[in-house]
Design a protein around this ligand. Structure first.
Ligand code: 4LI
Length: 186
């Protein structure tokens, strides 16, 4: 089971590497990594389990964050209300942004990262809408479009596969100044 002890922190070289493509059919090891990443996200969002295991909550996790330099990301965005199904629950293998809107967007609250044990204030400017291709566990080629918060989370996780950290996108001189056409997501 993945706990915070398994999550590498900034400064660890794996976070700055470009991760390797995953080949199909998946090895048992790669299947296990994907399953454990998703289970970590579920545990991290469960008040009791998170408290018990001292987990930080996340809605996304990339394999490099557990020192597995492979192109695997897990996404778990909860529904609005307690008993709602998740808005997004997916593991993507070899995800690739194939197109995106010209418009940019950022989270009003800035971004947090399980591999960054400090607040880094500032708007993380990203594409407002993206089209992603990826493979599922069976190796089927999939395509999906995301906008808003979902698009932000998917981009944050895909960045990890390319050695990019969220604060690389923050304007160092003026962290909260963005062009007036950038969508600020509440
Ligand atoms: C520094 N300011 C901030 O953190 C920040 C501050 C305010 C608003 C936002 C929106 C912020 N930003 C931000 N908040 C989140 N969470 C909100 C709380 N939530 C959660 C918490 C508890 C239980 C269940 C859940 Cl679901 C977990 C997810 N997550 C991310 N990111 C960046 S993209 C990947 C994603 C991630 O999973 N990071 C670990 N950013």
């Amino acid at each position: 089971m993945i706990t915070m002890d398994d999550i590498i922190r900034e400064g660890h070289p794996t976070l700055r590497r470009v991760a390797d493509e995953v080949s199909f059919p998946l090895s048992d090891a790669d299947k296990k990594v994907a399953e454990e990443m998703m289970q970590f996200l579920r545990n991290s969002q469960d008040e009791k389990i998170a408290e018990e295991l001292d987990l930080r909550a996340g809605v996304g996790l990339a394999a490099p964050q557990i020192d597995v330099s492979k192109r695997i990301i897990a996404l778990l965005i909860p529904g609005e209300y307690e008993d709602d199904p998740p808005e997004l629950e997916k593991v993507m293998f070899n995800p690739k942004i194939i197109s995106h809107a010209i418009e940019s967007a950022c989270l009003k609250g800035g971004e947090g990262c399980l591999s960054v044990d400090r607040e880094v204030p500032g708007f993380v400017v990203r594409h407002s809408r993206i089209t992603v291709t990826f493979q599922d566990e069976k190796g089927n080629s999939c395509k999906a479009r995301y906008k808003g918060y979902h698009a932000i989370v998917v981009q944050h996780e895909i960045d990890h596969l390319n050695g990019i950290m969220f604060y690389d996108h923050i304007n160092a001189e003026s962290p909260f100044s963005v062009d007036d056409d950038v969508i600020i997501i509440e």
